[in-house]
Design a protein around this ligand. Structure first.
Ligand code: ADP
Ligand code: ZN
Ligand code: ZN
Length: 823
């Protein structure tokens, strides 16, 4: 047999692929995209991913062998690898980094993964190697690392994987994950009952236990026992549903060896029986937009739809998806995490039934593996796999085999960007690459497109379609700008409300209409201050003031979680007079309760939506009009349609506009128009009040006129002048270390090296707004890059310089992060 070599990606931050020899025994089974067990370093074993195979002898002298193959079918497809390569090169990271970001934990088997017993008692055969693992786990939950150490050569990855397949164990990434697989009670005939005859004989003994006998017959008829179409097992829930049998009867029948009750792991992804509804007819404006999109697609791979809020973009997406599914291809529909509400999920499931998978970060690892596998399954068994996936950012990594359409809704949202860890990718941009690589069409949609995408559209790179009519003749809301300074000066403020907002709220409540109040800060007040000496308590790990949470009476850091009880006296001078400053959602709630005593008030922010169902409960209450006033952060702005909200209040627009960031104006515009869009749906014209102390600010005027175009023009002038995107590219480099001197030295060295590249504009190093997070000091260097330059060359120069700085012994342990297209 000729020799065969496998190039594999290890789940480590290493550049390039590593080569292993494939033993003759495994040559038939090995294939790119399958996971294999290899040894790396002295002793450690890893589940690596086969990238490619070749018969060419590599140059290394010592070459190790692939130990085992874990998968029957590839879990990653060749076309997926193309995207991985692009990410690694574009975002300056390694293939190992991409591997770690792309695969769900359950498929990764990293050394830090934790292994648990599921507690299910399926009656399956267990091999010796599997038995060893189970016995170890009976004592304690184990890290994969520990297994290797404790069991030595007795540990086998194949056995581990087989146990996962038998659903006896599961793997989680986070140490304190609360997730446990869902198990459910099932009932079947007792194994000793092998024919109808034995059943009847044994049933004789039940003569006096009438109820038990009835249940037994009920079981037989529910499962068609001994008929050709017999169902072997059914869930206990289903068996007892709609009957008066008590669950203990099943136990009795189990004792008498007539039935057998057992627990089994079940999918959490409920395959509900959905009555598919036909899709909505489009209104004439949507019809026109759809036709325009299709005509743009004829010669453009990517098209941007600029459609105002409530213009019904979702309906257009659904029509496009429907058409692509009919051609046998797959569709990916990306939305920001917080827009993944039951409203949109339900809408899609109603139309596409069980063809739809949903993929987001609130799923546990087992659920994610299920979605991954069903997306793969589409290649082999199109009827069973997912043809459409609705998902957040990470869904762009799913193993699509026949992608035909990618939709990115709310494409301007910065939550498509992954900040940490590397790869710091933007899923919107990756969606575009995914489309280009697979000849799939890409539709970006937004009411307020990102300036990058709009620029691409103006430049003719993307198609552009406008949709400026709201569905069913709804009007855009009227925007009222309310002067905070004047209201304070005239002493007209009602707590945090200007008279404009207060009066509108009063009228709305009288008419039983609903109200949304927006403030982009949670907690009670962003900081507290000593009235006597001016001392402001700060986090001891981070360079930020502590936010006061009144309900818990605690000061807490929103960056590291550090918190302590609000002190009675100032830490510095002992004065008891500690005052709260500024206001967050919690304080608004407090104040509004005082002002409108009869109103039913709810709050939606990170603090009130911690528990699993809290978010949907708040939404439901609003939908059912059990809430009159909803107060919230960004969370209230996305993906929610409420029909009776007539007033929206933005309590303080100043901190949005004045934020020190080159995107601040773009973002303020987007955010305010998104929140405003919640007003006046299916209702008469809604009203929005923007409270600001800068009513004459040009941006506020443009927001009031809802003139996206003009706001963009002004920003374009500025960005061109100051060399910012979309006219220049940006790369941000963050240098971190626990020692501030090291940060200063290393960042200066790096900046000096970078400045040798004369064509680059290098700014900094400088301390960012928050210069220390979780005890790590940090400095930033920003690089502006002319779009005419060869980006690959620029990047390799940057990567090289960073390596050189890190290499110096005095900079050891220094972290240097490269962020391409930072947000
Ligand atoms: P957008 O995403 O553009 O803000 P949506 O797609 O959420 O707008 O549509 C706004 C509302 O109008 C939704 O409640 C939606 O169900 C309704 N709607 C839009 N188009 C139609 C249509 N063609 N038929 C029925 N209802 C529609
Ligand atoms: Zn003090
Ligand atoms: Zn902190």
């Amino acid at each position: 047999m000729p020799e065969l070599f496998a190039q594999v990606i290890l789940p480590l931050s290493l550049h390039g692929a590593y080569t292993y020899k494939v033993p003759a025994l495994l040559q038939n089974d090995i294939a790119p995209g399958k996971r294999v067990i290899v040894q790396f370093g002295k002793k450690k074993m890893y589940a690596a991913l086969v990238l490619s195979l070749s018969s060419e002898m590599p140059e290394e002298i010592e070459i190790k062998e692939v130990q085992q193959i874990l998968d029957e079918h590839p879990v990653v497809l060749p076309e997926n690898f193309r995207l991985w390569h692009w990410i690694a090169s574009y975002y300056c990271c390694t293939l190992g980094d991409v591997f770690r970001a792309a695969l769900p934990t359950g498929l990764k088997l990293e050394s830090k993964s934790k292994v648990f017993l599921t507690g299910a008692d399926t009656q399956v055969e267990i091999s010796d190697n599997e038995e060893i693992i189970l016995r170890q786990l009976e004592q304690d939950v184990c890290l994969l690392d520990d297994f290797q150490r404790k069991l030595g050569s007795n540990f086998s990855y194949a056995a581990l994987k087989s146990l996962m397949g038998k659903q006896l164990i599961y793997v989680e990434e986070k140490v304190n994950a609360k997730y446990k697989p869902k198990t459910e009670s099932f009932v079947k005939l007792h194994p000793e009952i092998d024919s109808e005859k034995t059943l009847n004989e044994k049933a004789e003994s039940l003569k006096r236990a009438k109820k038990q006998l009835q249940l037994l017959y009920h079981f037989c008829s529910a499962t068609n026992a001994f008929e050709p179409d017999q169902v072997i097992e059914i869930t206990k829930r289903e068996l007892l549903h709609g009957t008066s049998f008590s669950p203990s009867l099943v136990k009795e029948l189990d004792k008498k060896k007539l039935l057998k009750e057992f627990r089994k792991q079940v999918s959490r992804i409920e395959e509900e029986k959905i009555d598919q509804v036909s899709i909505n007819l489009l209104n004439k404006y949507q019809e026109k937009a759809l036709a325009e999109i299709k005509s743009e697609f004829e010669n453009k791979q990517v098209t941007l739809i600029h459609g105002i809020t409530a213009s019904g973009k979702t309906e257009i997406y659904i029509h496009l998806i429907d058409e692509i599914l009919k051609t046998g291809k797959q569709a990916l529909y990306l939305v920001p995490e917080i827009a993944l509400t039951t409203q949109i999920i339900q809408r899609l499931k109603n139309v596409f039934g069980n063809k739809v998978g949903i993929y987001h970060s609130r799923l546990n690892s087992q659920e994610r593996v299920e979605i991954w596998e069903k997306t793969l399954q589409f290649q082999q068994e199109p009827g069973k796999g997912y043809q459409v996936v609705l998902g957040a950012r990470s869904a762009v990594f799913l193993p699509f085999s026949k992608i035909g359409l990618v939709i990115v809704d709310e494409e301007h949202e910065n939550s498509f960007k992954q900040f940490d860890p590397t790869p710091r990718y933007n899923a919107r941009d990756m969606a575009v690459i995914l489309g280009l690589q697979n000849n799939a069409k890409v539709l970006l949609g937004s009411a307020t497109p990102s300036y990058e995408s709009y620029y691409n559209a103006l430049a003719g790179k993307y198609g552009l379609v406008n949709l400026f009519k709201r569905h069913s003749e709804m009007q855009l809301p009227e925007i009222i700008v309310s002067d905070l300074k004047r209201a304070y000066k005239r002493k007209e403020m009602r707590s945090l409300l200007t008279p404009d907002l207060y009066e509108l709220m009063e009228t709305a409540l009288e008419k039983k209409e609903q109200i949304i109040l927006f403030q982009n800060r949670r907690g009670y007040s962003p900081f507290v201050e000593c009235f006597t000496c001016g001392h402001i308590p700060k986090c001891s790990n981070c360079d930020v003031s502590l936010t006061y949470h009144k309900y818990k009476r605690r000061l807490s850091c929103h960056y590291c979680g550090f918190s302590y009880q609000l002190p009675d006296k100032c830490d510095e001078c002992g004065s008891p007079e500690i005052k709260t400053r500024g206001f967050g959602t919690e304080k608004i709630e407090d104040e509004i309760k005082q002002l409108f005593r009869n109103a039913r008030i709810a709050r939606m922010d990170l603090d009130t939506t911690q528990s699993k169902d809290a978010f949907s409960k708040i939404v439901k209450n609003l939908e059912e009009r059990k809430t009159d006033i909803l107060i919230g952060t960004q969370m209230v702005t996305k993906g929610l349609d409420f029909d009776h909200v007539s007033v929206v209040g933005i309590l303080n627009a100043d901190n949005l506009i004045n934020f020190p960031d080159f995107r601040a104006h773009e973002r303020a515009y987007q955010l305010i128009s998104q929140v405003s869009g919640r007003a006046g749906r299916k209702y008469k014209r809604g009203k929005v009040v923007i409270q600001t102390s800068q009513p004459d600010h040009p941006l506020i005027e443009l927001i009031q006129k809802q003139d996206y175009q003009q706001a963009l023009n002004i920003q374009f002038e500025e960005r061109k002048f100051f060399k910012y995107p979309p006219f220049f590219r940006l790369i941000k480099i963050v240098v971190k270390h626990k020692n501030i001197d090291t940060v200063n030295r290393a960042s200066n060295q790096l900046a000096k090296l970078l400045k040798e590249y004369k064509h680059l504009i290098v700014m900094g190093p400088e301390f960012p707004l928050i210069s220390r997070i979780q005890l790590w000091h940090q400095k930033e260097i920003w690089i502006k890059i002319d779009k005419k330059l060869n980006l690959d060359l620029v990047k390799s120069g940057i990567v090289e310089s960073a390596k050189n700085v890190k290499k110096q012994p005095s900079n050891s342990n220094c972290v240097i992060n490269i962020d391409v297209d930072p947000y």
